[in-house]
Design a protein around this ligand. Structure first.
Ligand SMILES: Nc1ncnc2c1ncn2[C@@H]1O[C@H](COP(=O)(O)OP(=O)(O)OP(=O)(O)O)[C@@H](O)[C@H]1O
Ligand SMILES: [Mg+2]
Length: 270
């Protein structure tokens, strides 16, 4: 049997009070596209941080390609370097990710960390900005960009390294439909440009049911730090009770006083 890309076994994590991950076990295979769904506070971002080895569990094992992700392992430069080269993380809040003076420098930061030469870094950054249609932003200050532009720059600053695994925390939240499409195009462009498309793995925390089928082949629904359901986007989207339980849709009252759960927007009756 093939070793899973990620194997999480009986993981517990707490910040200060209350469990953020509660005896969580799951596996993710190389090439999968997995969506993490669930209400605010259900543990999606915490799980992504654990997968990215930004947080380490208080108990239980997290393995990447069979290797344990521990603080000790990451104290070894070679291990950390190899892992960071393969796994990229786009934060929920772009402001927490962007810190350089210009967009060009922002996108150059990762390649410089990976000890690529200055000429190679310049070439890669220019190519990445071009490829994702953000060259006009090159000299702009990241903190002065719009929310959607920031999100694109944050994604470009990770994709420039061409990771094998992309961890995305609510990539489309707060974006207008055109920016959402542009972001999805960036992801498509990245996946299709790979020699082996199947090698690319994407794990996305999201509340966005409209993009679910584009983003994921498998969905995991979280509640209080556990996975309470899993299935294809079609299976999850057709389970109204589950969607309500995960706060992915809401039941609300109409003037007619009928309670009406729905996953999308209401269209006025004409
Ligand atoms: N930095 C932190 N310090 C203390 N508690 C935290 C911290 N980050 C998250 N938590 C708590 O851990 C739990 C899980 O939070 P997490 O951010 O993983 O949820 P989430 O599913 O990503 O929610 P959202 O949909 O709002 O992004 C919540 O109870 C939250 O209050
Ligand atoms: Mg979150």
């Amino acid at each position: 049997m093939q070793t899973p890309l990620f194997a999480i076994d009986n993981v517990n994590f707490r910040y200060t009070d209350g469990k953020a991950l509660d005896a969580l076990s799951l596996t993710i295979e190389a090439g999968e596209r997995v969506a993490l769904l669930g209400a605010n506070g259900s543990g999606k971002s915490t799980l992504l941080r654990v997968l990215d080895a930004l947080l380490f569990p208080e108990s239980g094992d997290v393995r990447f390609c069979g290797e344990l992700l521990t603080e000790d392992a990451f104290s070894e430069d070679e291990f950390a370097y190899a892992f960071r080269k393969r796994v990229g993380f786009v934060f929920q809040n772009s402001d927490a990710q962007l810190f350089s003076t210009t967009v060009f420098d922002e996108v150059a930061f990762g390649p410089l960390q990976l000890r690529l030469g200055a000429g190679e870094v310049r070439r890669r950054v220019a190519q990445t900005l071009e490829r994702f249609n953000i060259s006009p932003l090159s000299d702009r200050a990241p903190h002065q960009l719009s929310g959607g532009e920031k999100r694109k720059v944050a994604l470009a600053s990770v994709l420039v390294l061409d990771p094998d695994v992309l961890l995305l925390d609510e990539p489309t939240a707060g974006l207008d439909p055109r920016s959402q499409t542009q972001l999805m195009d960036m992801l498509d462009e990245w996946q299709h440009s790979s020699a082996d498309r199947c090698a690319k793995t994407i794990v996305t925390a999201t509340h966005d049911l409209h993009t679910l089928e584009d983003m994921a082949g498998r969905c995991l629904v979280m509640e209080r730090g556990r996975v309470i359901a899993s299935g294809s986007p079609g299976e999850i989207l057709s389970d109204r009770d589950l969607l309500e339980r995960g706060n992915l849709v809401h039941a609300h009252r109409h003037r007619s006083r009928h309670t009406h759960p729905h996953p999308g927007l209401h269209r006025p009756q004409v």
